[in-house]
Design a protein around this ligand. Structure first.
Ligand code: GCU
Length: 467
């Protein structure tokens, strides 16, 4: 073959290779787009429709209505302790389902705890998926600033959730982390589930008056005064607070836009999942002592904080504020908000679908577990349970939360820790912070603010400021 011919053949072969690669790439792209198109968009249901769908799956035609906060309503919630069923028999956290007593820490960890977790998973809160998509954290800004008179470093961070399995839904987790600028080493961090400012503005617009914040340093400044850092997570950024959006957010992404099964996770567990992912990030950030990260939340986020602490044993401490029904309050203590309200269309999304059956035909007394066992799942780690006075925070039922805290005591003791130290409901504003379960009822209404100083004193028994 002549030289020129040889070159020509080479060139032709080269072109063919390029062409082949090109064809393969186009083919792959077409297939990928095709696959995405084949996946239906997220199902759109109203909360009412999705709620009804759950009832249909449960073969329940109707459930009992919730109670009204207004004492003049014919359906007023009970605020009479004498009628609250305070002596209800609670499921025993230290008796196995087969009736055998749990006598050792090993039996708790290997046998009883998994039984309780299974009940909460199946009947109450729903199961978090075994595999959730990977979250990649990106620090989008770092700035030096002042908080009061403390120089701090604040990072804005975003967790990008891998949505390649279902690109129709995008989920991001924004997180803010602030640490003292002159810290001598990695600091303990308190993480708060915070309300979206837009949600608070909407409440104010509806005329809902929130209790005034007490004068003095903010909770963040109180945390900084200890030499610790703080972080803020807004859970509604990755899972909206309603039933209509259960096919969106992280729950929708994992379910590829389809509605939930009866034992699928509800919003409380999804919110808790986000906090766990934030802790994954903290484990990679040298300014944070990831072994000393706490979680705090108020009201619905008090519930989420308790769920976070119960399910993720890496969290070192929790401040559970006014968490009420489906939080630290006993379901069986009929005072303030009853179970039926949480099963209604505006709150059921926090829970598993299976939970609805306890609002009809079953009742709170039929639940295989109660709130004391959710607190027990936090053992042996320290938990502070707070609430406000009945006048202002009766809906959250401080006494019901106290009773649950008391009933979690045997599990703490079995694990070598200290319980509340009393079974007598303390006078208002009396801190019980000498054990590993702590409690205080403040007089300031439905707000976490008045208990922050007491919580931080309690937390100082555990958190160490780098010297
Ligand atoms: C409602 C709801 C409570 C919840 C509270 C809140 O009152 O019934 O369960 O804790 O909202 O989150 O503010």
């Amino acid at each position: 073959m002549r030289l020129a011919e040889k070159g020509w053949t080479k060139l032709k072969a080269g072109n063919l290779v390029v062409l082949a690669v090109f064809v393969v790439l186009i083919g792959a792209a077409v297939l990928a787009v095709g696959a995405e198109l084949q996946q239906p968009p997220p199902v759109q249901l109203t909360s009412e429709q999705d709620h009804q769908r759950m009832l249909d799956l449960l073969h329940i035609s109707s459930i009992r209505r919730g109670a009204d906060g207004d004492p003049k309503s014919p359906h007023a919630a009970n605020y009479d302790e004498a009628k609250a069923n305070a002596d209800a028999k609670l499921p025993d956290p230290l008796i196995l389902n087969n009736g055998k007593p749990v006598t050792t820490a090993k039996m708790w960890w290997t046998k009883r705890r998994p039984e309780i977790v299974e009940y909460f998973d199946r009947e109450v809160l729903g199961r978090a998926p075994v595999h959730t998509p990977k979250v990649t954290w990106e620090v989008t800004s770092t700035k030096k600033e002042m908080n009061g008179d403390v120089p701090v470093i604040t990072k804005e961070i975003v967790g990008h959730v891998d949505n390649s399995a279902y690109p129709q839904i995008t989920v991001n987790i924004p997180l803010t982390l602030t640490v003292p600028a002159d810290a001598k080493g990695p600091v303990p961090v308190m993480t708060e589930f915070s309300f979206d400012p837009a949600f608070l503005a909407a409440l104010a617009k509806r005329g809902v008056k929130l209790p005034p914040t007490p004068p003095g340093p903010t909770w963040q400044q109180q945390v900084l005064a200890k030499g610790w850092g703080y972080a803020v997570l807004i859970p509604t950024t990755y899972q909206a607070d309603n039933g209509a959006d259960l096919t969106e957010g992280i729950i929708g992404l994992v379910n590829k836009g389809q509605p939930r099964k009866l034992d699928d996770w509800g919003t409380l567990r999804a919110w808790a999942w986000g906090a766990s992912r934030a802790l994954d990030y903290f484990e990679t950030d040298p300014s944070v002592n990831a072994k000393q990260v706490g979680i705090e939340g108020h009201s619905r986020y008090g519930k989420a904080a308790l769920v976070t602490m119960a399910y993720d044993q890496r969290f070192a401490i929790a401040y559970i504020s006014s968490s009420g029904e489906s939080g630290a309050k006993l379901y069986r203590h009929n005072f303030g908000e009853p179970l039926e309200n949480v099963a209604a269309t505006n709150e059921y999304h926090w829970m598993a679908g299976n939970f609805l059956k306890y609002a009809g035909p079953l009742t709170a007394n039929d639940l295989p577990v109660d709130a004391h066992e959710l607190i027990a799942l936090c053992a042996p780690r320290p938990v502070f349970i707070g609430g406000g006075a009945t006048d202002g925070d009766g809906w959250a039922d401080a006494k019901g939360m106290f009773l649950a805290a008391t009933a979690a005591g045997p599990v703490y003791r079995l694990l070598g820790k200290k319980d509340l130290g009393t079974t007598e409901f303390p006078p208002i504003e009396t801190p019980l912070i000498d054990g590993d379960i702590a409690f205080r009822q403040h007089s300031g209404g439905h707000t976490p603010a008045p208990n922050w100083p007491t919580f931080l004193t309690f937390a100082s028994h555990y958190f160490k400021t780098p010297q």
